[in-house]
Design a protein around this ligand. Structure first.
Ligand SMILES: NC(=O)c1ccc[n+]([C@@H]2O[C@H](COP(=O)([O-])OP(=O)(O)OC[C@H]3O[C@@H](n4cnc5c(N)ncnc54)[C@H](OP(=O)(O)O)[C@@H]3O)[C@@H](O)[C@H]2O)c1
Length: 328
C-alpha cells in the first residue's frame, strides 16, 4: 500500500510517499481502508520533532484521526463486519501506526460507526478534537444549563466542538476569537457572545459577559501562558479546564479564588494501561450528538492524501477556521 511517511523531523515538506506492507489486524483489531483523516496539532508537533516522548520510531506513519471502511477483522472482533463505515483513533503516536496511508489497523474499541447524516470527510474531523471537547465539557467541567462558560479558541479544532457541546447544555457560551469572520462562525456554532482576544482585555470582556465576578467555567484550548488569562476570567470557586500545561503560572492565583484546574490528555489510554473503554464512550457520545445535529465539524479545507504537505501547511496557517481534512 502507499503510505505518507516521515523519516526525519521538520517542516511540512518532510513527508515521503512509500510503498509499505499492508498491515494485518491482530485478534482484537480492524483493518480500515482509509477514506479520510484530519490534521491535529499533535501531528504537526510530532512531525516537527517537538514531542519526542510521543513520537513513533522513524520512518513513521502519522495521524490519529481516521474514517473509512472495514476491510478485514481480527478473529475476536465482535462489533464490526467487512464493509462497515467507521471512524475513530488510528494511532500515529508511540508504536501505533497512523492513518496517513491507504490502510490502517486499530483496536475495535477505538472505533465507532459513522453517523448516517455525515460523510467520511466530516467523520475524520471528529475523533481527537471532538473527544477532547467531550472530556473537557462533559467529563471534567460537567457544564450545566445555568453556567456561564468561556471557551478560548472558539473556532479551533477542539474549541469549536467545545462551544457546541457547551451550547447543547443550554449554558451561556462566550468564545474568544481573533477576527470578525471567526466571531461569526463561533456565533453559528452556538456562542452567545464573542470577544476578540487580540483587541479586548480579559477584564473588559469578563465584566461585560459574566455576571458573578467571572465565568463559572473556562475551557482553555490554548493553555500554557494563556492559563493566567483563564484564572483572571474565572469566578471564585470556578473551574478551568485546559489541554496544555507545560508551565502553570502563578498557582497562588488558583488559591486566591479557590479554583479547580483540570487538565486533559485524551490519548492517556493509548499511552498507559488505562482501559480503552473511556475513548469508546467518548466516540459513542460524539456519534450520538452528531446524529442529533448538536455537534457538527467545521471544515476549513479538504486535500488529497497525496497533498499532505499542503494540508499541514494550511493547518498551521493562522487564517484556518476549524479542521483540515485529507481524503483518499
Ligand atoms: N491534551 C489533549 O488531550 C489535547 C487534545 C487535543 C489538542 N490538544 C492541544 O490543544 C491545543 C488546541 O488544539 P486544537 O486542535 O484546538 O488546535 P487549533 O485548531 O490550532 O486551535 C487553536 C485555537 O487557539 C486559539 N488561540 C491561539 N492563541 C490564543 C489566545 N492567546 N487566546 C485565545 N485563543 C487563542 C486560536 O484562535 P484563532 O484562530 O482565532 O487565532 C485557535 O482557535 C493544541 O496545543 C493541541 O496540541 C491537546
Amino acid at each position: 500500500m502507499t503510505a505518507y511517511v516521515v523519516n526525519k523531523y521538520g517542516d511540512s515538506n518532510v513527508f515521503e510517499d512509500r510503498t509499505v506492507e499492508t498491515p494485518s489486524p491482530d485478534d482484537d483489531e480492524v483493518l480500515v481502508e482509509v477514506a479520510a483523516t484530519s490534521v491535529n496539532p499533535i501531528d504537526a508537533k510530532i512531525r516537527r520533532g517537538d514531542l519526542p516522548d510521543l513520537s513513533p520510531l522513524l520512518p513513521a506513519i502519522l495521524h490519529g484521526d481516521v474514517a473509512g471502511t472495514v476491510a478485514a477483522v481480527g478473529s475476536k472482533v465482535t462489533k464490526y463486519n467487512v464493509g462497515d463505515r467507521v471512524f475513530g483513533l488510528a494511532g500515529g503516536v508511540t508504536d501505533y501506526p497512523g492513518a496517513l496511508a491507504e490502510y490502517t489497523v486499530t483496536d475495535e474499541t477505538l472505533l465507532a460507526s459513522v453517523p448516517e447524516n455525515i460523510d467520511f470527510e466530516a467523520a475524520a474531523a471528529l475523533p481527537i478534537a471532538g473527544l477532547t471537547a467531550w472530556e473537557m465539557v462533559v467529563n471534567e467541567a460537567a457544564i450545566q444549563s445555568e453556567n456561564q462558560v468561556l471557551v478560548h479558541g472558539g473556532t479551533g479544532g477542539v474549541g469549536h466542538f467545545a462551544v457546541q457541546y457547551a451550547a447543547a447544555t443550554g449554558a451561556d457560551v462566550v468564545a474568544t476569537v481573533s477576527s470578525a469572520e471567526k466571531a461569526d462562525q463561533a456565533g453559528n456554532l452556538g456562542a452567545t457572545d464573542t470577544a476578540n482576544y487580540e483587541t479586548e482585555s480579559v477584564q473588559a470582556y469578563t465584566a461585560e459577559y459574566a455576571s458573578s465576578g467571572g465565568f463559572d467555567v473556562v475551557i482553555d484550548t490554548v493553555g500554557d501562558e494563556n492559563l493566567a488569562r483563564s484564572f483572571e476570567a474565572v469566578a471564585p470557586y470556578g473551574t478551568v479546564v485546559s489541554t496544555e500545561s507545560s508551565s502553570v503560572p502563578r498557582p497562588d492565583l488558583l488559591h486566591e479564588k479557590a479554583l479547580s484546574l483540570n487538565l486533559v490528555l485524551t490519548i492517556v489510554p493509548l499511552l498507559t494501561d488505562e482501559p480503552l473503554s473511556r475513548l469508546q464512550e467518548g466516540l459513542k457520545n460524539l456519534s450520538k450528538h452528531t446524529s442529533a445535529g448538536d455537534v457538527s465539524p467545521l471544515i476549513d479545507s479538504v486535500y488529497e492524501l497525496s497533498d499532505v504537505e499542503q494540508a499541514h501547511r494550511r493547518a498551521e496557517h493562522p487564517d484556518r477556521i476549524g479542521k483540515v481534512v485529507l481524503e483518499n
